[in-house]
Design a protein around this ligand. Structure first.
Ligand code: TYD
Length: 207
């Protein structure tokens, strides 16, 4: 049976990694094979693109170039890793996907969301995640959590207003797309995970 694609989204510092590991542990407990991957990246080529995108020396990168690189990484990722994984019956847990392009390149950088929708249709056709968790936190809380973790990359160096615009688009998508579930990440990990578990259980039981 074909696997499912689960994506995890949110601004910096919302706890994506911890919750991805949690999701994988739930799947493990049910004996469902899964793989964890990330964007930008997830393939050799994608990881090289990621280095370009995150490199703080690339200050002059235009918003459209940034969007194209995100989708170049994604095209390779879907073809080489995600689609074969799903076809082989694996559940794929992906750290960020197209919703991040809407939020960061659309909300953050100001590219028209309509343009991103056209790019999505061109690159992915009707391929899209089965379930998306949008972990949500006030920007100030997320940024102060993220601050403790090493040197800042090109995105992490952005200002609070940038992340506020990113968050707004995540929330809007969370409300408008049925596959999206907004999880309040500003509560105990136990509560966050119990909300994730109930969404995941419904998805598992639907199979
Ligand atoms: P990630 O490794 O998830 O960063 P973090 O753990 O700091 O949240 O993602 C790298 C950066 O790439 C992140 O700042 C968001 C950005 N990004 C986009 O701007 N657009 C996209 O489509 C994707 C997938 C990521």
């Amino acid at each position: 049976m074909r696997g499912r694609l689960i994506t995890i989204e949110g601004i910096e510092g919302v706890g994506k990694s911890t919750n991805m590991a949690f999701i994988q542990s739930i799947l493990d407990a049910r004996g469902i094979p899964s793989l964890m991957t990330r964007e930008p990246g997830g393939t050799g080529l994608g990881e090289s693109i990621r280095k370009l995108l995150l490199n703080k020396e690339q200050q002059g990168m235009g918003a459209l170039t940034e969007l194209l690189l995100m989708f170049a990484s994604r095209a390779q990722h879907v073809e080489q890793v995600i689609e074969p994984g799903l076809a082989g019956g694996k559940w794929v847990i992906c750290d960020r996907f197209t919703d991040s392009s809407y939020a960061y390149q659309g909300g953050g950088r100001g590219l028209p969301l309509e343009l991103i929708a056209r790019m999505e249709a061109l690159v992915l056709k009707d391929f899209c995640p089965d379930c998306t968790f949008i972990l949500d936190l006030p920007v100030e809380t997320g940024l102060s959590r993220a601050e403790n973790v090493g040197a800042k990359d090109r995105f992490e160096s952005e200002h609070t207003d940038f992340f506020k615009r990113v968050r707004e688009v995540f929330i809007a998508r969370g409300k408008s797309e049925a596959r999206c579930h907004i999880i309040n990440a500003d509560q105990t990990l136990e509560k966050v995970q119990s909300e994730i578990l109930s969404v995941l259980t419904a998805l598992l039981d639907a199979d």
